[in-house]
Design a protein around this ligand. Structure first.
Ligand SMILES: [Fe+2]
Length: 408
């Protein structure tokens, strides 16, 4: 019988706590301390965090006062609101200066389509908690989408990216059920479309729910050619710019979501010395986008890849991204601006630089465009962002499919 061996904790081990939270009124706060320095606080935090917000650990009155003052505990009114992912299909696509529909979509959009409109055959309606068959297994991190709503899943046949939109409080669900062919009692498709007003039809067209009848074939063919070009360019230049990865309506949803999140003080961690960059690691909504891009990138990179982690950054005026290379989890880095205020385009966007064989290349991206480069091999950076400009960028990281290291 094997003798039981004594197991000891390494005596050199130290446990450090790094707290990041938003104080309602004072904004982002951080606190770092060694567990041995503040054992009472360490015990309370471990219990509260790991046991589902259980705050039953007794605290001394002094510590209660301190934690309340810091906004770590408090009553409902004193703490920031919780954040739900708002993926309502936007119907404010009218072209005011405050519209969140990206400018690129406003100028490239044909308001009077030629030819017949049909419902995108790659548009699927979810009623209740089960994903449509065509979507199931293709949507890692979809729990950001509430499952007690009617969800319209729209697949882009070119990029293979799925976009979810909530429709329950938007328009008649009966019409959409009819549009998606789920309601046998419904009148004909064209009757249903006629029942939509011009504004509704426009909204559905922008989300690619209503499309020209050759859409699937044309879009697939277009992106097959785009990917061929991108593959060749990547091989020659070591980096490549991919235009229009996300549907502008999907960008609209993400902009609205993150602007609300910032207003609510949902994000709190700053990671740069100047304190001009708020960041979020593996934010759930960004993570959903992250995994949707794997199929597209696998048509562009030389060998198969998988997603590792993503990092969301809200850059304030004057923020910089220091020149650096990335860690092994960033073998491929796809950097995508999701918001810019004021909105910029490919001529005046805040540039990112990548250095290839000693030469710096300046790249300007519109919302929903991405630059793909090997983050572990190429230096990359951004100089100071102009005054009064704010930019939200997500870094989506990928590794070779056979990578065995941590994906964190
Ligand atoms: Fe980087």
């Amino acid at each position: 019988m094997a003798e039981r061996q004594e197991v000891l904790l390494n005596p050199t081990l130290t446990l450090t706590f790094a707290l990041h939270w938003s104080h309602r009124g004072r904004g982002p706060r951080t606190l770092t301390f060694r567990a041995s320095e503040r054992p009472e606080l360490a015990r309370f935090l471990l219990h509260a965090e790991l046991d589902d917000d259980d705050l039953s650990v007794e605290l001394t009155p002094d510590l209660v006062v301190e934690l309340r003052k810091e906004g770590i505990i408090g009553d409902r009114d004193s703490l920031p609101e919780n954040l739900e992912f708002n993926f309502d299909l936007p119907d404010d696509v009218a072209y005011s200066a405050s519209s969140l529909q990206p400018y690129v979509n406003r100028i490239n959009y044909d308001p009077v389509p030629s030819g017949r409109l049909v419902v995108n055959p790659q548009c699927y309606l979810q009623c209740g908690e089960h994903y449509p068959v065509a979507v199931a297994g293709r949507v890692p991190f979809a729990p950001i989408v509430r499952q007690d709503d009617e969800v319209l899943w729209v697949r882009d046949p070119g990029t293979e990216i799925l976009a979810p939109y909530r429709i329950s409080d938007w328009r008649s669900v009966a019409i959409l059920r009819g549009l998606c062919g789920r309601d046998d009692e419904s009148s004909s498709l064209m009757d249903l479309i006629r029942r939509l007003g011009d504004h509704d039809e426009d909204t559905l067209r922008r989300a690619h729910v209503l499309v020209p009848d050759d859409y699937v074939e044309a879009r697939s063919k277009q992106w097959t050619m785009v990917c061929e070009d991108l593959r060749t360019t990547l091989r020659a230049n070591d980096f490549v710019v991919i235009r229009g990865i996300f549907n502008p309506t999907q960008i609209h949803v993400m902009r609205r979501h993150y602007r609300t999140a910032l207003e609510l003080g949902h994000f709190s961690q700053r990671d740069d010395p100047a304190g001009k960059r708020i960041v979020a690691y593996n934010d759930p909504a960004a993570r959903f986008l992250h995994h949707q891009q794997v199929a597209l990138l696998n048509h562009i990179v030389p060998a198969p890849i998988k997603a590792s982690y993503c990092y969301l950054a809200f850059y304030e005026p004057g923020a910089v991204l220091a020149r650096h290379k990335d860690r092994p989890q960033c073998a491929w880095n796809l950097s995508v601006p999701l918001d810019a205020s004021p909105e910029t385009d490919r001529h005046d966007a805040w540039p990112i630089y990548v250095e290839v064989r000693g030469k710096a290349h300046e790249v300007r991206l519109e919302l929903g465009d991405g630059i793909l480069y090997p983050g572990t091999e190429l230096f990359h950076w951004r100089d100071a962002q102009p005054a009064e400009h704010r930019t939200t960028v997500c870094f989506f990281h990928f590794v070779p499919e056979d990578f065995t290291g941590s994906l964190e």
